[in-house]
Design a protein around this ligand. Structure first.
Ligand SMILES: *[C@@H]1O[C@H](CO)[C@@H](O)[C@H](O)[C@H]1NC(C)=O
Ligand SMILES: *[C@@H]1O[C@H](CO)[C@@H](O)[C@H](O)[C@H]1NC(C)=O
Ligand SMILES: *[C@@H]1O[C@H](CO)[C@@H](O)[C@H](O)[C@H]1NC(C)=O
Ligand SMILES: *[C@@H]1O[C@H](CO)[C@@H](O)[C@H](O)[C@H]1NC(C)=O
Ligand SMILES: *[C@@H]1O[C@H](CO)[C@@H](O)[C@H](O)[C@H]1NC(C)=O
Length: 493
């Protein structure tokens, strides 16, 4: 071997070292110019089992710290109903808390950002002084999908004001029995109306480009959030309206009544789907491989991620949490991608890790889940913009949104009967009436007026829950000063 060859080999060697070093610094998955599929593939091949399982975990804010995010490589946080930093936290305070958690995630080996979800189901309703929009039952009554889309846009901006980027909405339940306590979360008993109201997704996530492939999630812009169609499927069809119970119906009924909303949501690029606590013909939806994997991911071609409901894994057995190994095995095998644990994450991580290591759950199932979660995160632009800035802070409770809520209330009112006979309608009342009786326990109660999912999961009573105008106060502001207003909580007629 001559001198030249030795030199050449030396040169080649240093060239190789240089390339490997550059390759290590240049992380393909962080390159926004590459197609998302390439970025996912590159990131997935770098991930260990515990990094993958971490992505599948969603924990509540109450148990989250930047250190927990880092040490357990947790993929997501949520604020469950009423889980707020403190009762009257400002957008700035929210932003700092969320960014703090995100810093924990960014300090991991691969720096995969977490996604933060919240139940913004009628506006950003957990947050003090956010605009509270009518519940879905009222919005359905407007028959105005374009209005509902604008509400989606406004809600997305208010959510972004607090640094959050994912909402557990819309609920596209088709309530078939008014005894169901969650009927107010359903747009209608009519599947066609529910389908039309999925227009809110275009407001929350942005309008999906015309040439998109069916099922690929879409989120368009920094003022948008990831949406979640829920609860898959048949939540509004349970026996006698018993919550979380059994929906007894044949396949044709399920597909024609409870499924059309999902098809519409998927066409609009919805990022995630939440599974229902309820059962279909005796099988828990969280255990239903046929519907979650074969139908939703297969037939409907949904490519976003499937998330479980709050502690739903635990509720797969009776009594609750009776056999956690069974629950995790069955749920993940059914096709759940992200698990809303939401507290005992070490138990979940240990259980799922054991099931994978002992080959009860194949690696391909874990890879499917992680691929879907990463796709939504890339689509959201989270890798480029993991930390929120203050540009949307003024959007919380913005006057334009309050005006929109007022428009929605006006359009959602349903007049069943206008006076005793049609020739003498009672409404509208003249501004200058001599005396107006305002009656009823909800007439001067902001909390009752706002309903469930307001500040707390179940809502609350009283006038200091958040800011707003009660019906009594609104009437007093609208009438002529000469009009006498009498308020009776329980009048004797
Ligand atoms: C997060 O980290 C960034 C960059 O290191 C820093 O500027 C910011 O102050 C941190 N934010 C919080 C809330 O910890
Ligand atoms: C439905 O409710 C009944 C009565 O509470 C209960 O016994 C039954 O276990 C429930 N079924 C399901 C599937 O949740
Ligand atoms: C719990 O579930 C696992 C997995 O299905 C099963 O092997 C085990 O026997 C169950 N344990 C009990 C106590 O039922
Ligand atoms: C979490 O689950 C493990 C295993 O079941 C248990 O030992 C531990 O006490 C639980 N932790 C909490 C905080 O409930
Ligand atoms: C509203 O008043 C109740 C009862 O006085 C109190 O417990 C609660 O903290 C108050 N809420 C707010 C938001 O100030």
């Amino acid at each position: 071997m001559g001198k030249t060859s030795v030199l050449l080999v030396g040169f080649l060697f240093s060239f190789l070292v240089a390339t490997v070093q550059a390759g290590d610094k240049y992380k393909k998955y962080n390159d926004p110019s590459l197609p998302i599929n390439k970025r996912i593939r590159d990131l997935m091949r770098r991930m260990s089992l515990d990094e993958k399982i971490g992505q599948m975990v969603q924990i509540d804010r109450k148990v989250a710290t930047p250190e927990v995010m880092r040490d357990y490589k947790i993929g997501s946080i949520l604020s469950g109903g009423g889980s707020v930093p403190h009762l009257q936290a400002t957008p700035q305070e929210w932003l700092n808390v969320v960014n703090g958690f995100q810093n924990g995630s960014l300090s991991t080996r691969l720096g995969i950002p977490m996604i933060y979800g919240i139940d913004a189901v009628h506006g950003h309703n957990n947050v003090y002084k956010a605009t509270i929009f009518p519940h879905n039952i009222g919005l359905g009554a407007t028959r105005d999908p374009e209005l509902v889309k604008r509400i989606g846009s406004a809600t997305a901006r208010e959510v972004r004001a607090t640094g959050i980027n994912y909402v557990f909405a819309p609920c596209i339940a088709v309530c078939r029995d008014p005894r169901w306590g969650r009927c107010f979360e359903s747009y209608s008993e009519d599947p066609d109306i529910v389908k039309e109201m999925t227009e809110i997704i275009n407001g929350l996530q942005g309008e999906i480009p015309k040439d998109s492939r069916k099922g690929v999630p879409y989120v368009g812009g920094k003022d948008k959030v990831v949406a979640c169609a829920k609860h898959f499927v048949g939540d509004g069809g349970t026996t006698r309206g018993i919550n979380e119970n059994n929906t007894v119906i044949d396949k044709h009924g399920l597909l024609s009544i409870h499924m059309p909303g999902y098809n519409a949501a998927i066409i609009k690029g919805v990022g995630t789907v939440m599974v229902s606590y309820s059962s279909w013909n005796g099988v828990k939806m969280h255990a239903n491989h046929d519907l979650v994997t074969n139908f939703l991911k297969g037939a409907l071609r949904f490519r976003g991620f499937v998330i479980s409901d709050w502690q739903a894994i635990d509720r797969m057995t009776y009594p609750v949490h009776a056999n956690y190994t069974y629950s995790v095995l069955t749920g993940v095998q059914a096709g759940l991608d992200m698990i809303m644990v939401p507290y005992n994450y070490t138990e979940f991580i240990d259980t799922l890790t054991g099931l994978v290591k002992n080959k009860f759950i194949p690696m391909s199932r874990i890879d499917d889940a992680v691929r879907r979660i990463l796709r939504v995160k890339f689509q959201l632009g989270l890798f480029e913009n993991p930390l929120s800035d203050e540009s949307f802070i003024d959007q919380l409770g913005h006057q334009a949104h309050r005006d929109l809520a007022r428009e929605a209330v006006r359009k959602s009112l349903v007049l069943l009967k206008n006076g005793e006979n049609a020739d003498e309608p009672m409404l509208p009342l003249p501004k200058k009436s001599s005396k107006i009786l305002v009656a009823g326990s909800h007439a001067d109660d902001l909390g009752n007026q706002c309903g469930g999912w307001t500040i707390n999961w179940q809502g609350g009573s009283g006038n200091n829950l958040t800011s707003g105008t009660t019906i009594l106060k609104g009437i007093a502001e609208a009438v002529d000063p000469s009009t006498e207003i009498v308020y009776e909580e329980n009048p004797e007629f």
